[in-house]
Design a protein around this ligand. Sequence first.
Ligand code: GLU
Length: 250
Amino acid sequence: MRIVIKVGTQVIAGKNGLDQKKISKLVKEISVLLKRQIEVVLVSSGAVGAGLPSVPFTNPHRKKIAAAIGQPILIHDYYREAQKHNISIGQILILSDDLTNHERFKNFVHNIEAMLSHKILPIINENDVMKTEDLTIGDNDNLGAKIAAGLKANKLIILTNQDGLFTCNPDHNKNALLIKKVTTIDSKIKKLCSPNKSDLGLGGMISKVEAAKYATGHGVETLVGNGKEKDILIKALGKNFSGTIFTAKK
Ligand code: GLU
């Protein structure tokens, strides 16, 4: 079994940069999956969130500077936690033409396959420092979906700060109901997505649904769940998943 996990900034960040405890929880759960011989690829946001506290000045390139400072902090935090579980990690940073150029995408997929065959956990992020308007992937939900499709993963698990997709915005309406299963992603489903997004991430629920549309269209079941929930990754592989499941198209 092969899975791609996408982690949003809110899942691993605190009020001021990254939250070590949250990263520790995530890596511990990944270690359980690896012990079960599941191949895991991690797409992690958090570079900008990790770096911003070190960029107190105003500058038009503030987020790029934050990403330049934050990406090594992010990967170092993963490295430290991974070591506790004897996991080797490797970092890959990419731009949109690595996905759109056929040869480069093939090369990218082969590199990931090579790492997986040696039990190395690939940790992928967009190359935020080098991206330009022409070269941006958009958001990491989209990136996760493209990787999951390219790797023919069994599942794409998107961890965020919501429990999943709701009938209306749960932050504003207490009658909002969680939708447990979506078999067709159409305009009605897209209308349910609140336009809210966090300050540090790029996505929001609509980009998760769009990523799910892409991945499920390529045969990859997609799950959206709350990264704060205990054992969420383990539950995502069993019958007790508490988020939204988007079923794969054949
Ligand atoms: N690549 C950005 C970061 O690491 C986040 C992108 C996203 O939220 O989709 O901070």
